[in-house]
Design a protein around this ligand. Structure first.
Ligand SMILES: CC(C)(COP(=O)(O)OP(=O)(O)OC[C@H]1O[C@@H](n2cnc3c(N)ncnc32)[C@H](O)[C@@H]1OP(=O)(O)O)[C@@H](O)C(=O)NCCC(=O)NCCS
Length: 204
C-alpha cells in the first residue's frame, strides 16, 4: 500500500477533497484490526449474505433492514453506494478482516454537505463480529480520515437513546452530546428518540 503518497482528489466548491473509489481500493483506510474499502457494485452478493445472517441483530436499530429483503435490493444498495461516492454525496465503506477480506459491516460518511464541510457518521457490524471493539476501531479510523484527508470540519452522529452499544462507541470517539431529537425514527415497530452528538476538527 502506498499510503504515503498524496491523495489524488477532486476538490469541490466547499473545499472538501474526495478521493476516487479506485484510489481507496488500492490504498484502504487502515485501523488497528480492520481495513476499510469502498462498497462496490460487485459486493452485492456478499452484502446480502451478511444482512441475511444478522437480521435479528440489525433490525431493531436500522429502519432499512426490513426493506433489504431480496438479493436485488442488496445489489441496488451497493450500486447506490458507488454512485453516491462518485457524486460526493456519501462515502460508504466495507469493514473488512485484513487477512480474509471478509465483509464484517459498513461504516459511512453520509449526507455530505460540501459547503459546510459536514456529514453524518453511520455504522453497523454483523452480529458475530459485535462486541469485540471492531466498530470503535473502524469508526475512529474513518472519522480521522474525514478530518485529515477530506477536510471535514464537523461530523454528526446519532443513536437511539437506548442503543447502549452505539452510545459506547460514540463516547469513545470523543463526540460531544448536543441534544435529543424526539421521535426521530420509526424502527422496530416503535418510535425512537435520538441522542445527537458531533465532533469538530478542532476538538481535541
Ligand atoms: C452498535 C454497534 C455498531 C457496535 O459495534 P461493536 O463492534 O459491537 O462495538 P464495540 O465492540 O467497539 O463497542 C461496543 C460497546 O458497547 C458495549 N455494549 C454492547 N452491548 C451492550 C448493551 N446491550 N448494553 C450496554 N453496553 C453494551 C460493549 O461492552 C462495548 O463497550 P465497552 O468496550 O466499553 O465494554 C453494533 O452493536 C451494531 O451493529 N448494532 C446494530 C446496528 C446499530 O445499532 N447501528 C448503529 C445505529 S446508531
Amino acid at each position: 500500500m502506498d499510503s504515503e503518497l498524496p491523495l489524488p482528489t477532486r476538490a469541490t466548491a466547499g473545499g472538501l477533497s474526495i478521493p476516487s473509489r479506485s484510489y481507496i481500493r488500492r490504498n484502504p483506510i487502515v485501523g488497528e484490526r480492520i481495513i476499510l474499502t469502498p462498497m462496490e457494485p460487485d459486493d452485492g452478493a456478499e452484502f446480502w449474505q451478511v444482512v441475511e445472517a444478522s437480521r435479528w441483530h440489525l433490525e431493531r436499530w436500522l429502519p432499512w433492514v426490513p426493506f433489504n429483503n431480496t438479493p436485488e435490493a442488496s445489489q441496488r444498495y451497493v450500486e447506490a453506494c458507488a454512485a453516491d461516492w462518485n457524486a460526493g454525496r456519501a462515502l460508504r465503506l466495507g469493514i473488512r478482516d485484513p487477512d480474509s477480506g471478509a465483509l464484517l459491516g459498513i461504516v459511512g460518511l453520509d449526507s455530505v454537505v460540501h459547503l459546510h464541510r459536514a456529514c453524518e457518521l453511520g455504522y453497523w457490524i454483523r452480529g458475530d463480529a459485535a462486541g469485540k471493539g471492531l466498530m470503535t476501531d473502524a469508526a475512529r479510523a474513518l472519522a480521522q480520515f474525514g478530518f485529515d484527508q477530506l477536510g471535514l470540519v464537523r461530523i454528526r452522529c446519532a443513536a437511539a437513546t437506548d442503543n447502549y452499544a452505539s452510545l459506547r462507541v460514540i463516547a469513545r470517539l470523543g463526540f460531544r452530546f448536543e441534544g435529543i431529537a424526539r421521535q426521530a425514527e420509526y424502527v422496530g415497530a416503535r418510535w425512537v428518540d435520538h441522542a445527537i452528538f458531533a465532533r469538530l476538527s478542532r476538538d481535541a
